[in-house]
Design a binder for this molecule. Structure first.
Ligand SMILES: [Zn+2]
Length: 474
């Protein structure tokens, strides 16, 4: 073997395969390397031998249900049928098991290497590897990387070791594992180093994480909450198992704009409206962070919808929530930054909202506000309501508002069938009206006495949501 070959087989590279990348970052963290590519060959070798030591220790527990059996149990979801968790281990002595695990985790002899390139990185492969070593998740994307007629994929030693390190980079449940991936490398370094630190503690204890597992989508939001720099890419959540009882892989993706918006919104200095954003997503039996995380993976406009519903909850009683200004601001920032709404159109809708709010303030009546709010669910009624008030405003020389209530262009944005997002614009109009009424200190005499109940509700934040805002991890 030449020196260069030797060196290449001790240097991590990043491939396009998300799970290889997660493993490579985990391995680099374990070896105290800043990034996978900067891990020295010496540190690589040393770290790989530590991984083997952990595998031997776990195997010697023999029973996944034993006090120290968690790492062994987790291995069933990554390396089923391996020497680490072979069912015959119960009857074998420590030396036999230790030797077998070490042999499994040893780099194959040079003479046995196939004339094939690693499917991950293109360097010389050291063998073909299948399910025992690599999660062959049920996905066309990954299946295609297995050469025809072979039992597994051609891999070089560092890429194979990345898969050996993969469990350290995942949230382990004992069943399906959850990995967070991004093309943003500083985000990967930071997120993986936290995850690896935690897993090292669990390996040392041999026990599952005593903290409950949050909804899987929340793991992504926690990582965003903890990241200090601007994100250069979106994030993906990979939920997978290589277990004999069923190989699975689910991928949930969050685009960069919404990921970055969530990151910024949950951190100072922007986080003022965040507690209200969480309350807007909370239900009786579910913290807000779960609803928010799910909406973020599904569609950002669901978040706008939740904010709109929350801000208008008590309009029928003539009551505007105290936290309206902060939440409305957050909501508009999402519409501009994530949904990429044209700023000029947004300003038009806000201008119409301000006029409607001025009219309602002058009327100073909860009943009038209720009537306007009711039109949101009924497009022809809203249209009629606005036309009617517009004519009144134009005809009345003592009108409380200056100029028309609504301009032709604003009307077009809200109701023209050619405007694809007209329904969404109407939702934003109501948010604008509420925001402006809040600014104007709208408190009509005939509003219901719900203020005390509302204050209590606003103080009430789900404990999980409080933990999230404080940056606590699961
Ligand atoms: Zn490779």
């Amino acid at each position: 073997m030449t020196d260069t070959d030797q060196d290449a087989q001790s240097r991590l590279v990043l491939s396009p395969h998300p799970l290889q990348r997660v493993g490579a970052f985990a391995l680099a963290t374990l070896g105290q390397g800043a990034t996978p590519e900067r891990l020295t060959p010496e540190a690589f070798e040393k770290t790989v031998s530590i991984l083997t030591e952990h595998a031997v220790t776990a195997a010697l527990a023999r029973d996944t249900k034993s006090d120290r059996g968690f790492w062994l149990k987790a291995s069933l979801s990554f390396f089923p049928n391996s020497k680490m968790n072979h069912h015959s281990n119960a009857k074998k002595d420590d030396v036999t098991i230790g030797d077998a695990v070490q042999a499994w985790r040893r780099c194959p002899e040079r003479g046995t290497w196939p004339a094939a390139a690693c499917v991950m990185c293109g360097r010389a492969a050291v063998g073909f590897f299948g399910k025992v070593d690599v999660p062959l998740a049920e996905s066309d994307l990954y299946r295609n990387t297995t050469p025809r007629g072979h039992e597994g994929m051609a891999l070089c030693w560092p890429c194979l070791c990345s898969f050996y390190a993969l469990p350290y980079g995942c949230r382990l449940t004992g069943g399906q594992s959850i990995a967070l991936h991004s093309w943003d490398e500083p985000f990967m370094t930071r997120t993986l180093s936290r995850r690896v630190e935690r897993n090292k503690q669990l390996i040392a204890l041999g026990r599952a994480d005593p903290r409950g597992l949050p909804a899987r989508e929340v793991l992504a939001l926690q990582a965003l909450r903890n990241h200090e720099d601007r994100l250069a890419a979106g994030v993906e959540l990979l939920v997978f198992s290589n277990n004999n009882r069923g190989q699975t892989l689910e991928i949930h993706s969050m685009e960069q704009p919404i990921a970055e918006w969530l990151r910024r919104s949950s951190r100072p200095p922007r986080r003022r409206g965040f507690p209200a954003l969480l309350r807007a997503h909370a239900t009786a039996d579910r913290p807000g962070i779960v609803g928010l995380a799910r909406n973020a993976f599904r569609s950002p406009d669901l978040i706008v919808g939740a904010c709109g519903r929350y801000l208008t909850t008590y309009l029928h009683q003539g009551v505007i929530r105290e936290e309206t200004a902060d939440l409305a601001e957050l909501c508009f920032s999402l519409v501009i930054e994530v949904m990429r709404m044209n700023k000029v159109e947004m300003d038009e809708i806000k201008a119409a909202g301000a006029q409607v709010a001025a009219w309602l303030k002058a009327e100073n009546s909860a009943g009038r506000l209720r009537a306007f709010n009711a039109t949101l669910k009924d497009q022809p009624r809203m249209r009629h309501w606005l036309m009617r008030r517009n004519i009144d405003a134009l005809l009345d020389s003592n009108s409380a508002i200056e100029g028309p209530l609504i301009t032709e262009n604003q009307f077009r944005l809200l109701f023209d069938p050619e405007v694809e997002q007209a329904w969404f614009h109407r939702q934003l109009l109501v948010v604008s009206v509420v925001q402006r009424l809040h600014e104007l200190g709208f408190k009509p005499e005939d509003r219901a006495e719900v203020a005390a109940a509302l204050a209590a509700e606003e103080d009430e934040q789900h404990p999980e949501d409080i933990a999230y805002m404080n940056g606590e991890e699961s």
